[in-house]
Ligand binder design. Structure first.
Ligand code: DQA
Length: 147
């Protein structure tokens, strides 16, 4: 099984970015830990982080045929990007939306997501643990389907 992890703009700044909200772990630390966790369960995890909407869309187009599920933190594109939503719909791979913070406890412009109504599941406010929770949920679902 293969899972694609997609991280949107400014998430490369994790660790130094508003650490009181986003925590002190860097993206590399989060991704390395999740990759190890995945490997222990015979899942291969591939990762892209980009600050560019086009690059995120193109990565999804390029990799969807090799992947069984997508875990995505669209970051600020959550609230703006119909194009990224359409990219996910066009490949028809189940995806899980993750936010480190509880977006509903923040500014009103963060309450609208272009992804949540078409996601398999949505996780927010659990910190970096949300990625692992999404991974567990995706894997449980895939294993159920393949049995
Ligand atoms: C975020 C929440 C978004 O509103 C914000 O723009 C981000 C990160 C989160 O993980 O909590 O960049 O997706």
């Amino acid at each position: 099984l293969k899972i694609l992890l997609v991280n949107g703009p400014n998430l490369n700044m994790l660790g130094r970015r508003e650490p009181h909200k986003y925590g002190t772990q860097t993206l590399n630390e989060i991704v390395d830990a999740l990759t190890e966790y995945a490997e222990a369960q015979q899942v291969s995890l591939s990762h892209i982080q980009s600050n560019s909407e086009a690059q995120l869309i193109e990565a999804i187009h390029a990799q969807y045929e090799q992947c069984d599920a997508i875990i995505i933190n669209p970051a600020a594109f959550t609230h703006t990007s119909i194009a990224l939503r359409d990219a996910l719909l066009s490949v028809d791979i189940p995806f899980y939306e993750v936010h480190i913070t509880n977006v509903y406890a923040r500014e009103p412009f963060r309450h609208k997501s272009y992804f949540s109504d078409v996601a398999e599941g949505v996780i927010c406010g659990l910190g970096a643990l949300g990625y692992r929770a999404a991974f567990d949920a995706a894997l449980a679902q895939l294993r159920k389907q393949n049995n």
